[in-house]
Design a protein around this ligand. Structure first.
Ligand SMILES: Cc1cc2nc3c(=O)[nH]c(=O)nc-3n(C[C@H](O)[C@H](O)[C@H](O)COP(=O)(O)O)c2cc1C
Length: 169
């Protein structure tokens, strides 16, 4: 898939089939995540691939909008040192690469924001000095999948400013 087509067509997928993701396909997706740029090439991320159903279900309860994780074929938890705001910028890029690669390979994905990080760290054995704030669920989109009606993006004219931020008030 052309990169621009992938960017234009990707949508959050929250309903999945039961089909597992083959290891070689998952590896391609994970390699894309590791290919992301990062500040000073620090590559601060550690990725935990969760496939155990009980763990996925338990994880799905640790964010208020993470029910999609329970039905995913797998989910990838993003772990990183909690030391600098750039780290979160880096993690966002890695997650975006992972999601675009998944989309290219016909696999749907959705971010999940963890609201109870202490419990999530305990569940996945992550030490306290590392943060675990987000997961990405992955799976083949259910035939009944419909993109959320909330989708759509604001236009260039509203979000892009030329040379200076517009005067307020
Ligand atoms: C930082 C971040 C956190 C998100 N957290 C959640 C979440 O907890 N649950 C969820 O269902 N979607 C979550 N999403 C997905 C967004 O809701 C989704 O990307 C957005 O609504 C656009 O949807 P669309 O791809 O269908 O246009 C998150 C996305 C981001 C970038």
């Amino acid at each position: 898939m052309d990169v621009l087509d992938a960017i234009k067509s990707t949508r959050a997928v929250r309903q999945f089939t039961d089909a597992p993701i083959p290891d070689d396909v998952l590896d391609k997706i994970l390699r894309a995540a590791l290919r992301a740029q990062s500040s000073k090439n620090t590559q601060p991320w550690e990725l935990i691939v969760v496939r155990d159903r009980d763990t996925l279900v338990a994880l799905s309860k640790l964010g208020d909008f993470m029910s999609h994780v329970a039905g995913a074929a797998t989910c990838v938890a993003f772990v990183a040192p909690n030391e600098h705001p750039w780290v979160y910028f880096d993690l966002g890029q890695s997650a975006a690469y992972l999601q675009l690669a998944a989309h290219d390979l016909g696999i749907g994905s959705c971010l999940g924001a963890i609201y109870r990080p202490d419990e999530a760290r305990h569940l996945l054995g992550v030490p306290a000095h590392l943060s675990l704030m987000a997961v990405v669920s992955l799976g083949y989109p259910s035939p009944t999948f419909k993109p959320a009606t909330l989708g759509g993006r604001k236009p260039l004219t509203e979000k892009v400013h030329r040379d200076r931020f517009p005067a307020c008030g």
